[in-house]
Write a protein that binds this ligand. Structure first.
Ligand SMILES: Cc1cc2nc3c(=O)[nH]c(=O)nc-3n(C[C@H](O)[C@H](O)[C@H](O)COP(=O)(O)OP(=O)(O)OC[C@H]3O[C@@H](n4cnc5c(N)ncnc54)[C@H](O)[C@@H]3O)c2cc1C
Length: 821
């Protein structure tokens, strides 16, 4: 093999994505020509065999799908004889990714070259090409800047020599880190390989890649030694799911003080691996997010590699069974699958005509109309088979087709991660465990209020208040829809409207551990049709977990309308149903289906920390609602989570990437604030403590240890003021209890915002400070806070009182002390 051939070979192996794009385009062109020439023949081409979409939005993409060459895969000979000879797919047996192989290959093909002291011009050119291809495979254009690079101003002038040099250096850094993702790549290492004359570009590219989470992200144990002192500021993260954990780790590595408040008593959120079974028969089963949907450029693949966790490719073979348990006829199977694909093609064609669909038209209604128009799938067998595909679509979208927007339901298709769909050996919990190590998480803290203002934030969880510079909210869209967290001030109306419009649907699972695998070792999935359309999503797909869970585990999926009904169905009834489906399939084959050792039925819709499974584009909504959900408010309040990811919604990797995105945004905001401190300060206001202390030097009213100041510009009973209470005297026992918060026994001042009318009521309370304090907290329901929080929340009131008092000083008006109307 000549160098060039070898090089091309490596490039093809490494960059399945690149080759895939080219070939996919070729196939698209062919398809068009064929259609144009052959008119409206709705018959499957003879070469096409059954193909299943596993959490894929549409089979469209599968039609143009082909097997790519993937490095790091160990192939075992195909064991499945049942795969149709007509299938376009390569026969695939059990495959395991060995992520360690990745390192060996990089070392073999790149490492040696990079280590060479004296490289020829030719060597350097080849190296540059390979680095460009690596960058391409992880989402960077080979010879252009990404939009976020342009926004970040990585070069002084676009399109010139400096940009070209930057791209070469950026590709070099990316390739170097991808060569060994377990190691923290330092700027110093880049300086060793790139000439000093490019120092400014090294810094520009390295900082961009680092702070945007393109290098040095993840869970390598060696990363902890690179955690700097926390000097950048403080961030509260609400939610310890993938988004929250990804952001927390990044922010810690950037030098922030971070605390994560999590409502559950575990991390992971919608990623939850349950250990099921009994002694000797344990299985780790994912009750939430399970399949890594596309391993190419997927950050979860990087995590798996850092942790040396093998991945198992979900094999394509997915036999279908009729409601009576008989296998579906293969011919009819491929015909109906073809029709299903064709219907989706038609939806796309209709969309391209003129302005497409109106916002309020559902995918379900368009498909129903097309079904009638073309008179397809009319007999019961065909209808049930088509229903199966529709249920699969409802699974991918966690929503009934009647709720999905015909115009935008698949808006994220172009960004789909390439490559195989995989299970992680031992369950996704292993990623969560590694991600949460070393992150300060407070469990059992369900946040009910997030207050934010010019100077910081206060987050309330039950009777505890947490203060910081910024807050990142990662709670699921379902929680936002229910208004389970209140925001003060209220969120901008465009965000509220997007929360309302975007869909958040349901997928449920029945997880079962059996005494042994009765369904066949060589199957990862099989499906079952339902008699009735409204039940089409009930146990329509089974996932076998025996290859990765450590035990004989099977999961039945419940999607669409059936997922809603399932929430209110007695689990013993559901189990009875699912077992009768399994017995209907296996008993006629002479296979006894044993009773499961343990079963779990999920109810994601009733879970108060989720209220559903994942997001979708519902009627009236569009992809831009994801962007609106991602918008930060006032440089203090940030949002992450799968429903803030326009490109990768409803996925684990989308959630993870949104966490990296927001960590980058918080970092940028901090830099801007530090460079323009005045822009972020309240006008005429100094340090928070000073202002408040100064104001209370001349209170408008004093009642024992309670002092009040009011906005002199407004005298009405509803006009607001501030109350201060001073602790530190040993006379009052109750106050003494509260002063435990103040272990060094200095006088402690706490504050609240109070109306004139409430202060007036307090004047009437007898029994001393203890009774007044009790009245404030119990009867009026006000919360006491520190001066920082007061300035954050009440900053406009403080500013108004300060400026009114200054004005009053200038006008020499008498100070109206102790005056309550
Ligand atoms: C049944 C099911 C199957 C799925 N299958 C797949 C799949 O195969 N592949 C895939 O890629 N994705 C799948 N997903 C989607 C994927 O799991 C999610 O997109 C992803 O885990 C979401 O992560 P997140 O960080 O955005 O949200 P979450 O994981 O929900 O994290 C949010 C966190 O906030 C916490 N929280 C909520 N409210 C509060 C509050 N008031 N105070 C404090 N904490 C709060 C929650 O407890 C949670 O821990 C599935 C999801 C479900 C439910």
């Amino acid at each position: 093999m000549t160098w060039d051939h070898q090089n091309a070979d490596i490039v093809c192996q490494l960059f399945g994505v690149c080759c895939k794009l080219v070939l996919r385009n070729m196939k698209l062109t062919k398809k068009k020509r064929k259609q144009d020439g052959s008119g409206e023949r709705w018959l499957p081409p003879q070469s096409q065999g059954p193909r299943r979409t596993i959490r894929r939005r549409t089979s469209l993409r599968l039609k143009f799908w082909f097997e790519r060459t993937q490095i790091g895969i160990m192939e075992t000979p195909p064991s499945d004889k049942s795969i149709s000879k007509r299938s376009l797919r390569k026969k695939s047996g059990s495959r395991n990714y060995d992520e360690n192989l990745m390192d060996e290959i990089f070392e073999e093909h790149l490492g040696v070259a990079l280590k060479k002291k004296h490289k020829t011009k030719q060597d350097l050119e080849k190296e540059t090409e390979i680095e460009a291809m690596i960058s391409f495979s992880v989402g960077f254009p080979i010879d252009a800047l990404r939009e976020d690079e342009i926004r970040a101003g990585v070069v002084r002038e676009l399109g010139g020599k400096e940009q070209n040099d930057y791209i070469v250096i950026r590709n070099h850094i990316l390739a170097k880190w991808r060569g060994n993702v377990r190691k923290w790549l330092t700027k110093g290492e880049i300086r060793e390989t790139v000439s000093a004359e490019y120092e400014h570009l090294i810094s520009s590219a390295y900082d961009f890649l680092l702070y945007n989470g393109y290098i040095n992200f993840g869970v390598s144990p060696s990363f902890t030694s690179h955690m700097p002192e926390a000097t950048e500021g403080s961030v509260i993260i609400v939610g310890a799911g993938l988004a929250g954990l990804a952001a927390a780790r990044q922010l810690l590595s950037f030098g922030y003080k971070v605390v994560v408040l999590e409502g559950r008593n575990r991390p992971g959120g919608r990623v939850y691996t349950q250990k099921m079974g009994c002694e000797g028969k344990f299985a780790a089963v994912d009750l939430g997010g399970s399949v890594i949907t596309g391993i190419h450029a997927n950050p979860l693949g990087v995590l798996a590699r850092q942790l040396s966790i093998p991945l198992h490719k979900v094999r394509d073979n997915c036999p279908l069974y009729k409601p009576d348990g008989a296998p579906v006829d293969k011919e009819m199977d491929s015909d109906i699958e073809f029709i299903f694909n064709k219907l989706l093609d038609k939806v796309m064609e209709l969309r391209q005509i003129k302005g497409g669909f109106a916002n309020d038209i559902s995918l379900g209604s368009v498909l129903e109309t097309l079904k009638m128009l073309y008179a397809v799938a009319r007999n019961p067998d065909e209808r049930q088979l088509l229903d199966w595909h529709l249920a699969n679509l409802e699974y991918a979208n966690a929503g009934c087709l009647s709720n999905l927007s015909a115009a935008y339901w698949d808006q994220d298709d172009p960004y789909e991660m390439g490559g195989d769909h995989c299970f992680l050996a031992g369950g996704n919990w292993r990623l969560i465990k590694a991600l949460s190590e070393g992150v300060p998480i407070f469990y059992g803290k369900t946040v009910n209020t997030i207050r934010y203002g010019n100077n910081g934030v206060e987050v309330i969880a039950g009777d505890q208040a947490f203060q910081a510079d910024m807050v990142l909210c990662t709670v699921p869209l379902g929680v936002l829809k229910r208004k389970a967290v209140s925001f003060e001030p209220e969120l901008p109306s465009r965000k509220l409207a997007a929360i309302e419009r975007l869909g958040f649907g349901l997928l449920n699972k029945v997880a079962m551990v059996f005494p042994y695998v009765f369904w066949g070792e060589d199957l990862d999935t099989f499906g079952c049709l339902n008699e009735h359309s409204h039940k089409r999503g009930e146990f329509f797909l089974f996932y076998s977990y025996h290859t990765v869970s450590g035990g004989p585990a099977l999961i039945a999926l419940v999607a669409g309308e059936a997922a809603q009904t399932f929430e209110y169905t007695d689990p013993s009834f559901s189990l009875h149903r699912v077992l009768s489906v399994l017995r209907g399939i296996y008993n006629p084959k002479g296979i006894i289906v044993p009773d499961p050792i343990q079963t779990i039925c999920t109810r994601w819709g009733s879970d108060p920390l989720s209220y559903g499974s994942y997001s979708h584009v519902s009627v009236q909504s569009s992809g831009s609602d994801y962007d609106i959900l991602a918008e930060s408010v006032g440089s203090r309040l940030f949002f992450a989570g799968e429903a803030t990811s326009r490109q990768y919604p409803a996925t684990m990797h989308g959630a993870f990437l949104s966490g990296l995105r927001e960590a980058a945004r918080i970092y940028q905001t901090t830099q801007v604030r530090q460079n323009n401190p005045r822009k972020y300060m309240l006008r005429n206001i100094g340090s928070s403590n000073d202002i408040v202390v100064d104001l209370f030097k001349k209170p408008d009213l004093e009642l024992g240890k309670l002092a009040f100041i009011f906005d002199p510009s407004s005298q009405g009973p509803q006009s607001m003021g501030l109350m201060q209470i001073t602790f530190g005297s040993s006379e009052e026992s109750h106050l003494e209890e509260l002063s435990e918060l103040n272990p060094i026994k200095l006088p402690l001042q706490l504050y609240t915002i109070i109306s004139r009318e409430q202060a007036y009521q307090l004047q009437l309370i007898t029994g001393g400070d203890e009774c007044r304090l009790s009245y404030v907290t119990k009867n009026i329901g006000l919360k006491l806070m520190g001066s920082n929080a007061l300035v954050n929340i009440g900053n406009s009131l403080i500013a108004s009182i300060t400026s009114a008092r200054r004005g009053r000083g200038r006008n020499r008006l008498p100070i109206e002390q102790h005056h309550i109307p």
